[in-house]
Each structure stands twice: as C-alpha cells, then as structure tokens.
Design a protein around this ligand. Structure first.
Ligand SMILES: Nc1ncnc2c1ncn2[C@@H]1O[C@H](COP(=O)(O)OP(=O)(O)OP(=O)(O)O)[C@@H](O)[C@H]1O
Ligand SMILES: [Mg+2]
Length: 404
C-alpha cells in the first residue's frame, strides 16, 4: 500500500484480513510514527522512503518489493497514485497506465484527459495569478458563478465557488496557498484551475478496474454545504436515482477512470447532474479508494467491500462487485458554525446508528472552509435511503457541538 494513512486505510486492513493478504506500507518514517495503532499493528513490514523523491522512492520500493516477494501494489493516497503506477510497471505487477497516471493527481491534466476522451466535464481554464484569472474567465466565457481550485489538492482545500469578479482575487489566492502537501511535503503545482460551475445534485461512483475491464460500483448521493465553500456534509447509498440514470453515472464514472489510466485498482469519481438533463458531468476522479467512510457506507448498503475489490484488482484477481443486499446507509458529518476551540460535543445514540468523534474538547476547530473542520460523524443503516438519511439527520440535529 502506497501511503495507507488516509480514511480507507482501516478498511484495507479489514479487507486484507478477509482475503488472507499480508500488508506492507510504503511511507515516510515520521508519517508512520503517527499511524493509528490498528494500522501499524496490521502491517507486516514498512518500506520507509521519501515518497516526494520519485527516483529514490521507486528504487527503495522496488528493492523492498523484490525482497518481500510483493504480489500487488495498492495506491491509497491520491497524490502518490502516479508513483504506484510507475512502481507496478517497474516490477511487472498489475497497475495503472503510467503515461496517464499524472492525470489522476493533477486536475489540469485531468481536464485534458477528459476532453481527449470526450467525457462531459466543466469547461476550464488555468491561471497563474488573479490578473490571469480575470482574463481567462472572460476569454473562456466561464460565466458566473465559477469555481476556483488548486491544480493539485484534496479535501476541498482551497476550493471556492465565486459569484462575481470582486471575489476572484481572494479565491485565486486561496487556491494558490498550498505549495507543499501535508504530511509528506510533496511539492504541488500551484496553478489555479478555473471551472465553469455545474449546477445540480452531486453523486459519487467508484469503479474497480481489473485487467482493463471496468466493474461499476454503487452510486452514492453526496450532500455538500452551499455557498462559497463546498464541504461534504454527508453521503447516502443508494442514491435514489432512477435505474437508467444510475447506469449513466456508472458508465460515465467508468469512462473517467479509464481516461486517467486506471487499469488495475479502484477509482473514486464525483459527478453533478444539471437539472433537466440526464448527463452526469465529471467533477473529478481519483485513482484510489474513497475517503469519508464511503467504504463502510457502501458495504452497509450493498454488501460490496470496495477495499476487498481494490486489493483483488491490484492482485490481478476478478473483483467481487456483486451486491449481496439491498439496504441503505447514510453518513452525516458534524460541522461547526465557526472555528475556535471545541468545548463540548455530544452525539446521541439512536438505534441503527453509530457515531465517531474526530476531535476532543480543547482541540482547535478550523473555520468551516474545508473538510478538516469536521467534528465527528454518524452512520445510519435502514431499509431505505430516505429512512437512513432521516435517521442520520435526526442524530445530527440532536447533537450538541459547542465551539468557543
Ligand atoms: N465545476 C464545478 N461545478 C460545481 N461544483 C463544483 C465544481 N468543482 C467543484 N465543485 C464543488 O466543490 C467540491 C470540491 O471540489 P473538488 O472535488 O474538485 O475538490 P477536492 O479538493 O478534490 O474535494 P474532495 O476531496 O472534498 O472531493 C465538489 O464536490 C463540488 O461540490
Ligand atoms: Mg472532490
């Protein structure tokens, strides 16, 4: 696993146990020291390297893989998915297309890959600074609102929906604030990406690809905040779309995954469907398992373990993607109204739900501008999507979050 420190790490650990697979991680020594206990305990070995130094990381990982007779390379962390593709090619294991792999990390290259493949996606332009952004927005007729985001980043960091020209300079500055990615220090492309704003409801759909064959996974409805910052507030599976639209989303997500070179492994794709249309527009796709506990939500609803499917695909096996049940699940994130210090958090325990608190009293709560401000979450399971969403919403509404 190339950097399993993220949200999917714990699901990959469970999946490996189920499959009888021994897990090794490639990471940085200091990052490994901060791994959750369960992840650290599950690893048979660690290749400590510098993932920001591609030649060195590839040499270290190649030697490690040969020494331990590693049978598959699982990309986990979005910014290192191109590195995973290069490593798999180098040691002759199933992997993604290294010539396209950077498009799964860099949203400018992704825009080019989607255009080349004819995939419906927002029109876009690149800006190096605020003045360039004004010009690009006009020349490319992106209209208002438009979206400004970093070329390389995740977690909605630095993403703004901009209503008019007055706000553009601030949004470009926000998108360009990240020169290096946390926690590895990887140098980022600091260009700002401007995109046409796609209205409508938002969905995600993961695709597992094995030997170049795409196996669609369930479609999930995604809720976000409105306004300038779009932070995910929850996800619900099934998505509540009519069957033909589910298939359209799955088809588009599979095309997007293949367009960024996914050949063996999973991809997480986000789409929006403008009202009055049946066309999913791809907002982005990442060649890694989903975050946000989506592995848990999707498995609770359908019985499909995306983590198992991902490991199977990178091992060259046919992934298990056939749903074994038709239930529903929904996750809601507890967000603060403003930043400060967390004083108290109480999440009620209703039957059919379970919750987790991410921060402790005394912890600093960031301003609600990206997903780092989340205080906790609740997952609800029920027979239908409406029931699951309603239950999760009730728990969220009855939760007490005090930030001083
Ligand atoms: N072109 C667009 N039109 C409409 N909404 C958009 C557009 N681009 C981004 N958004 C909104 O902003 C959110 C975050 O954008 P994006 O997914 O590109 O950034 P990210 O940092 O990769 O986010 P995350 O990791 O949270 O998914 C999207 O989920 C969507 O709600
Ligand atoms: Mg996104």
């Amino acid at each position: 696993m190339i950097e399993p420190m993220g949200n999917a790490g714990r699901f990959l650990v469970e999946a490996a146990e189920r499959l009888g697979v021994r897990l090794y991680a490639a990471t940085h020594k200091e990052v490994h020291e901060d791994y959750p206990d369960r992840l650290r305990a599950a690893l048979v070995g660690v290749c400590a390297t510098d993932l920001t130094d591609t030649p060195r990381a590839l040499a270290d990982m190649e030697a490690f893989c040969r020494q331990h007779a590693v049978a598959g390379v699982a990309p986990c962390f979005e910014l290192f998915t191109p590195l995973a593709a290069l490593l798999a090619e180098r040691i002759g294991l199933p992997g993604n297309d290294p010539r396209l792999a950077r498009a799964a990390r860099n949203k400018i290259l992704m825009g080019e890959a989607f255009a080349a493949a004819g995939i419906p996606a927002p029109r876009w332009a690149v800006a190096h600074d605020a003045a360039g952004a004004y010009r690009a927005a006009q020349v490319h007729e992106l209209g208002w609102p438009l979206v400004v985001k970093p070329a390389e980043q995740g977690g909605s960091w630095g993403v703004s929906v901009v209503d008019g020209p007055d706000r553009l300079a601030d949004a470009v500055a926000a998108a360009q604030q990240f020169t290096h990615a946390h926690p590895h220090g990887l140098e980022l492309d600091t260009r700002a990406l401007l995109q046409e704003y796609i209205p409508g409801a938002e969905y995600s759909c993961d695709t597992v690809v094995a030997g170049g064959v795409a196996y669609p996974l369930p479609v999930v409805a995604k809720d976000t905040t409105e306004g300038r910052y779009r932070i995910e507030t929850g996800h619900t599976c099934p998505a509540g779309l009519p069957a033909p639209l589910v298939r359209a989303v799955q088809h588009t997500a599979a095309r997007a995954a293949l367009a960024v070179g996914v050949r063996n492994g999973i991809a997480h794709t986000e789409v929006k469907i403008p009202p009055g249309t049946e066309t999913p527009y791809v907002i982005e796709t990442g060649a890694r398992p989903p975050g946000d506990n989506l592995c848990e939500v999707i498995e609770a609803a359908t019985g499909v373990s995306e983590a198992v499917a991902h490991l199977q695909a990178v091992l060259g096996l046919v992934p298990d993607t056939v749903p074994s049940r038709t239930d529903a699940a929904s996750i809601r994130f507890l967000l603060p109204e403003h930043g400060g210090v967390l004083r108290r958090v109480v999440i009620p325990d209703l039957p059919g739900t379970h919750s987790e608190v991410h921060l402790r009293p005394g912890d600093v709560v960031p301003e609600p501008a990206d997903s780092t401000c989340r205080i906790g979450h609740v997952v609800a399971r029920a027979e239908t999507a409406d029931q699951a969403r309603g239950l999760a919403d009730r728990v969220a509404a009855r939760s007490r979050v005090e930030v001083g």
